[in-house]
Design a protein around this ligand. Structure first.
Ligand SMILES: Nc1ncnc2c1ncn2[C@@H]1O[C@H](COP(=O)(O)OP(=O)(O)OP(=O)(O)O)[C@@H](O)[C@H]1O
Ligand SMILES: [Mg+2]
Length: 230
C-alpha cells in the first residue's frame, strides 16, 4: 500500500445545478464540503432527491461541479483534459451501482476485467491474475465463464464489487449497492464489500437509504437542502 498525505478524496464548496425544461435552474448541491480519509468508510444518507447520486457522480469525475473544488489523492480535478480526467478516475476510483451495470453479453471474467482495459502498465498476465483473485475474493472463482443473466442478484452484485476493486482503487463509490437485494443477500454482499475494502485499504463511500447499511460505516453524513446537515 502506498503511504498518503491528506485525504483520499476531498470536496470543498461544491455547487451543482441543472437547467430544467421550463427554463428554471434547479440547484441540487449548494456548498458541499466533504473529506474522505484513506482507508475509511463513509455512509451518505438523505431523502430521495437530496442529491446523493449527483454528489457521487461529481466525486467520481463523471460530471464537473459548477463551483468548488474536487481533489482525488491530492490531485485537483479542475482544468484537466478529458483524457487526464479519465486517467485520474481509472487509476483511483471504483464504481458500484444499484443495478450492477454488467455487460450482459460478456461473461463474469470479462466484466470484471473491464476497468483494466483502461489502465496502463499492467501486463495481460497480471491483469488475468488480478481478475482471478478479485473473483476468488468474492466467492466467484467457479463462475468466471457464466453470463450475468445466469447469476442471482447477489452474485451479480459481487461481480460488480470485484470489478470495482480489481484496479485496487483509492476510493470505491457505491450507490445503493444492495437496494434491489433481499435482506439476507444484502447482508452477505455488504459483509464482503466492507471486509474487502478494509483489507485492501480502499476508502469506501456508500450511498444508502438504509440505516442498517449506514451503521456499518465509520462515518455517517446526511444530505439535505443541497448541503450536509450531519
Ligand atoms: N439531469 C437532470 N435534469 C433534471 N433534474 C435532475 C437531473 N439530475 C438530477 N436531477 C434532480 O436533482 C435532484 C437530485 O437527484 P439525485 O439523483 O442526485 O438524488 P438522490 O438523492 O440520488 O435520490 P434517490 O435517493 O432517489 O436516488 C432530484 O430532484 C432530481 O430529479
Ligand atoms: Mg440516487
Amino acid at each position: 500500500m502506498t503511504s498518503r498525505v491528506g485525504p483520499a478524496l476531498a470536496l470543498a464548496g461544491v455547487h451543482k445545478g441543472v437547467d430544467l425544461p421550463d427554463g428554471q435552474r434547479l440547484e441540487i448541491l449548494r456548498g458541499v464540503d466533504l473529506e474522505i480519509p484513506a482507508a475509511s468508510s463513509t455512509a451518505i444518507v438523505g431523502r430521495s432527491g437530496s442529491g446523493k447520486s449527483t454528489l457521487l457522480s461529481l466525486m467520481g469525475l463523471l460530471a464537473a461541479p459548477d463551483a468548488g473544488t474536487i481533489q482525488i489523492d491530492g490531485v485537483a480535478a479542475a482544468g484537466l483534459s478529458g483524457k487526464q480526467s479519465a486517467r485520474l478516475r481509472n487509476g483511483h476510483i471504483g464504481f458500484i451501482f444499484q443495478n450492477y451495470s454488467l455487460v450482459p453479453t460478456w461473461n463474469v471474467f470479462q466484466n470484471c476485467a473491464l476497468p483494466l482495459l483502461y489502465s496502463s502498465g499492467v501486463s495481460g498476465r497480471q491483469q488475468r491474475e488480478r481478475v482471478r483473485s478479485a473473483l476468488a475474493e468474492m466467492g466467484l472463482a467457479d463462475r468466471a465463464d457464466a453470463l450475468p443473466g445466469h447469476l442471482s442478484g447477489g452474485e451479480q452484485q459481487r461481480v460488480a464489487i470485484a470489478r470495482a476493486l480489481v484496479t485496487e482503487p483509492t476510493v470505491v463509490l457505491a450507490d445503493e449497492p444492495t437496494g434491489t437485494l433481499d435482506q439476507t443477500t444484502a447482508e452477505a454482499v455488504l459483509d464482503v464489500l466492507f471486509a474487502t475494502a478494509q483489507r485492501t485499504g480502499t476508502a469506501l463511500v456508500v450511498v444508502t437509504h438504509d440505516d442498517q447499511v449506514a451503521a456499518r460505516a465509520q462515518t455517517r453524513r446526511e444530505l439535505d437542502g443541497g448541503r450536509f446537515v450531519a
